[in-house]
Design a protein around this ligand. Sequence first.
Ligand SMILES: [Zn+2]
Length: 593
Amino acid sequence: MPRLESPVARLAVFLLSALFTPAALAQTIYPIDRAEMLAGSRFDFKVEFPGRVTAGNARVTVNGVPYERAFGKAGLFLEREENKEQSALILRDVAVTRPGPVVVEASDGVNTARVTWDVYTTPAARAKNVILFIGDGMHVAHRDAARFLSRGMKEGKYLGELAMDDMPRMALLSTSSTDSVVTDSANSISAYLTGHKTAVNAIGVYADRTENTLDDPKVETLLEAVRRVRNMAVGVVTNTEIEDATPAGMVAHTRSRRDYEPIVQMYFNAKPDVILGGGSAWWIPKSQPGSKRTSNEDVIARFQKEGYDFVSTDGELKKTAPGAKRLLGLFHLGNMDGALDRKFLHKGTVAQFPEQPDLPDMVRAALTVLSKTPNGFVLEVESGLIDKYQHKLDWERAVYDTIVLDNAVAVAKEFARTHPDTLILVTSDHTHAVGIVGTFDDEKPGTELRDKLGVYQEAGFPNYPAPNEEGYPATVDVSRRFAFITAATPDYVETGRPHLDDPFEPVVSCATEEDKAKKQDRWCANEQNKDAPGAVLRSGLLPRKFPQGVHSMESVIVNGQGPGSELLRGHMHNTSLFRVMATALGLGNVATH
Ligand SMILES: [Zn+2]
């Protein structure tokens, strides 16, 4: 069985970087030191010189030979990049086909920087299909609360397992980025879908020093790899905006996840066979109500011309999927609504968008379309509202959407029963600073919220009703509830109660004229619920410019089943998940011929 990192290679890399640390400050080389690269995968190569160098003084070698010879072509040398006293060498769309360590050296005539890449190949394919589930922002606390609500507990033992728990393989994935211990969804999905670490807000590129967000050195996405190697089908399914970072990771190359309009064009360039989600505001012409485009171009019509069937409601999705070769479904102008609103409370934007499909049904439709292709497929599925709701400290909605994720995983496991050559992976992209510390019990004496908080033996068990056949209790408004707390917040009013009206809005803007002049944000507690029984104003820890809860650094869990899942073990870097998928699909196997 192939090991992902050999101890010898690790030691060698450590010794090299220890030896060359002073020189490494000279030039910046992309891909970066210790990059793991699938043999044959396409990437952009860039050297950034800190000062101005003439082409004659710059010397760049790959395993000791001039880079032009190693890569088979010369790059663009910019003596004054962006009209600054800094030089750069850029070489687009190259590949290394031979596996092994690759040492790249870049000298400006005085200092030499050096990086080592680990180029790996893979054995022959063992999996035909890969389905990757992302519970965006999902912490283990969300999973535990979902298991409690969805399966129940008696005398400290759960009465059943979640579909995502009931898998044979598991590992911890750490998620830090190249520039921060705490990741965002952009660089995290980029690690999963390219195998390269990058910076916060970047997708499918290394973050270079230039202003332009669309010129950064690209790395190949999983979509590009599976199309290059085996012309496989690809699907992207989410309940957030389809342009949002996690779904966009399959197609995008940008330094800024906020490049929504360019990302729509990247969908068009990449043409995943199935695209299902929200975010139609960036697809419909500027002249249509709700559009956020800057032009009157009708992107949906362009996709239809390329053979896509277009759907915008649950009914159309179910009717169209069986006959569709390519399927585009956009069900909301922005983020779709979560399960608590769609199925029970009918709040949020459900009245405006009454026919949104459920994520499990979107997965079913995607599998119907994708499984028609003989070459196998890769499907990315995001339950993205876990993160959106948790940012707003609305844990009940986040946990109901963890159950949404689990129901979608159950659909994939059902598919795998008749298609055992399918690797299923379920993970998160980062965590939030949350935890369950006990219960709030209305029956406890006292008037303050803290009087109602039971911890240790005084917590007992929450009294949510038994779940329905889909795994959802009919209400979260019960007398003994989880005390599900967030550690890092803005100022907000805590009631210890669910938000039955609309998704929680914990803050309101309180920017002063002075703040506005400085273009600074300032957020204060939304005091709408301050008269609820026991409501307490909690002082936040976060800088006042932050309107919501933030991500945290802890590792995420990945569960897996099917061929290739046995590579999950212990702690791994998030970039290793790409290697697990590439190995299962044998994506490095052809490149060495
Ligand atoms: Zn987030």
